[in-house]
Design a protein around this ligand. Structure first.
Ligand SMILES: [Zn+2]
Length: 393
């Protein structure tokens, strides 16, 4: 594949601020080398016949898909997840773990380190996202939080050392003890700390922001709004987030976790620059299964797929989505009416910025050639990851 030059043209090229009719990309050595220039004689010419040419989607938060889950702790299962989401336009993703026993998490980290040595066969693995175990038992959602755990230096460094620089995101409920230590260790190790599964009031959220915890995991899902404690009403994390321009959020855009007005309100206040769309998908994403398992195949949480979302069998809580990034685009743009350029930004440029991925997120000369071709119904036709065609309908 080295030195291969591919010209993809006759399409509508989606940039962060406009859609360029009848544009093109030239891909050389896996990167974008020219935009909107005629096809050079040495390049393979691909006409997309008026379809959209978009930057590849970057999923900040995904557990599984195609029948596999990162918690399966097998490199091949991880590849399967990446293949499944690539078919839906995801070209890069952060592998999300669930709250579990330390030994299980360690086996997932070991498997991840093996998976990134394998050839890229779908969405590119960009790092691990540890969703837990430092959560509030009141804000657990479907996370199997048993005893509440607080972050200690020993536990944090135990995993950081084992993961060898591969942990890129880590979640915590900021009302727990040692949140200042957690924030400090995250910053020292270039890990994005994030508020998640919390029961905090606004004051605690603001303190966390000031400590540098400035991202919110699945905003509106297991985050708080006004609540009465001992006879006094307090604002929640949600209100604090809306008032802070330096805080970014991600929302589950499966059309279920975030109903329409919630999504539009978050978009209106935070804007596309500060809000990423995620799948938070579990293993049933991209399959027709009616029952499944959240987390590991053995020892996970049994769930049912009902009304287009994974739920606990008693329907008391959603338990991960079966969403994909192309679905997220259709929900935000076609169903909720958010402009296409803004929607695509929330699927690519904004997640890239949140994670400091400087070669991804935008169709621009010098960036990795992560490209999604979509038809007029916004169904995926072709996907390129680092210049290689890894999916064709
Ligand atoms: Zn999750």
């Amino acid at each position: 594949m080295a030195n291969k030059n591919i010209w993809i043209g006759n399409g509508k090229v989606v940039f962060p601020d406009r859609v360029f009719e009848n544009g093109s990309l030239l891909i050389s050595d896996g990167a974008i080398s020219a935009i909107n220039e005629p096809c050079p004689a040495y390049a393979e010419k691909i006409s997309v016949d008026g379809k959209y040419i978009m930057p590849g989607f970057i999923d900040l938060h995904v557990h599984g898909g195609g029948g596999s889950d990162f918690m399966d702790a097998e490199p091949e299962a991880m590849q399967n997840v990446c293949r499944a989401h690539c078919m839906h336009g995801t070209t890069a993703l952060f592998a999300t773990t669930m709250t579990c026993e330390d030994d299980v998490l360690k086996s997932v980290i070991d498997a991840y380190k093996k998976a990134i040595e394998l050839p890229i066969c779908g969405a590119q693995l960009m790092g691990l996202h540890l969703e837990g175990p430092f959560f509030s038992s009141r804000g657990r959602g479907a996370q199997p939080v048993g005893e509440e755990r607080i972050p200690t230096k020993e536990v944090l460094y135990d995993f950081i050392r084992l993961a060898d620089g591969n942990i890129k995101r880590w979640d915590e409920a900021p009302e727990l003890e040692n949140t200042d230590l957690f924030a400090k260790v995250m910053q020292e190790n270039n890990i994005l700390p994030s508020i998640a599964h919390t029961s905090a009031i606004a004051d605690i959220a603001n303190r966390a922001f000031d400590l540098g915890i400035k991202h919110i995991t699945h905003f509106y899902s297991a985050t708080t709004t006004g609540q009465k404690i001992d006879g006094i009403v307090y604002s929640g994390v949600n209100e604090a987030v809306f008032l802070r321009d330096d805080v970014t959020i991600e929302v589950i855009a499966d059309g279920r976790h975030i109903p329409k007005e919630h999504m539009l309100l978050a978009y209106k206040i935070k804007g596309a620059d500060n809000m990423a769309l995620i799948t938070d998908a579990m293993r049933a994403a991209g399959t027709d299964c009616k029952t499944s398992m959240l987390g590991a195949k053995v020892g996970g949480v049994p769930v049912v797929i009902k009304n287009g979302v994974a739920q606990l069998p008693d329907l008391s809580s959603y338990a991960g989505s079966i969403g994909t990034m192309d679905k997220a685009l259709r929900v935000a743009h076609l169903e909720y009416g958010i402009p296409l350029t803004e929607t695509v930004k929330m699927l690519s440029k904004t997640p890239a910025r949140i994670m400091n991925l400087d070669k991804k997120g935008e169709l621009k000369v010098g960036n990795d050639a992560d490209v999604v071709i979509m038809d007029d119904k916004f169904e995926v036709a072709e996907v390129y990851v680092c210049g290689r065609e890894l999916y064709k309908r």
